[in-house]
Ligand binder design. Structure first.
Ligand code: FES
Length: 178
């Protein structure tokens, strides 16, 4: 197997004039998040969560802005944002459907559910439908192994899910997430 290194050193960053990290965000993070942590680095994950909630995903420019705000290296922000699957480093669809693929859900039929959604949406995990409506994710443990199989639709977890139930949930999703 050959390892392919990311061209991080020469990677260009698409930027826009308007910053992603606004003055209001900085004020909120300074008041609500930073005091809870001994170092600014400790605040990185909640800051990224808040940023993603506001923007929808975490562009490279936003990572650089977060790094500047927290006085840490941009590479530390990049490492964190790309390590945890809960952070989206590409634009996502209006609705995110995550199927747990960890061991309890695997033993309880996750593959059939995942295959069904792949087929229904005609996309693979970590892809978004062409109309931008759905992103499909294969996720690690959602913390509800005793009620496997589980899925996450947007921010709501569904336990003991069946294909029929998930179909009904997808059918009922609105065209836009407010
Ligand atoms: S393995 Fe699926 S919730 Fe834990």
């Amino acid at each position: 197997m050959t390892w392919i290194a990311k061209p991080s050193g020469t990677q260009s960053i698409d930027t826009r004039d308007e910053p992603y990290v606004t003055d209001a965000m900085k004020a909120k993070w300074t008041t609500d998040i930073l005091p809870k942590y001994e170092t600014s680095h400790g605040a990185l994950m909640p800051v990224l969560h808040d940023l993603q909630h506001a923007v929808g995903w975490i562009p490279l420019q936003a990572m650089a802005e977060v790094a500047a705000f927290l006085s840490i290296a941009p590479s530390e922000v990049l490492d964190t944002a790309t390590f945890y699957e809960e952070y989206h480093t590409e634009p996502i669809g209006q609705h995110v459907i995550g199927i747990c693929q960890s061991i309890a859900c695997e033993a309880c039929g996750h593959q059939a559910i995942l295959d069904h959604v792949r087929s229904r949406l005609d996309i693979e995990p970590h892809q978004t439908t062409l109309d931008g409506r759905f992103t499909l994710m294969a996720m690690e443990c959602l913390g509800a192994c005793d009620t496997a199989p589980c899925c996450l639709v947007n921010s709501t977890r569904h336990d003991n899910i069946t294909i029929e139930q998930l179909d009904a949930i997808i059918d009922a999703l609105p065209d836009k997430v407010e």
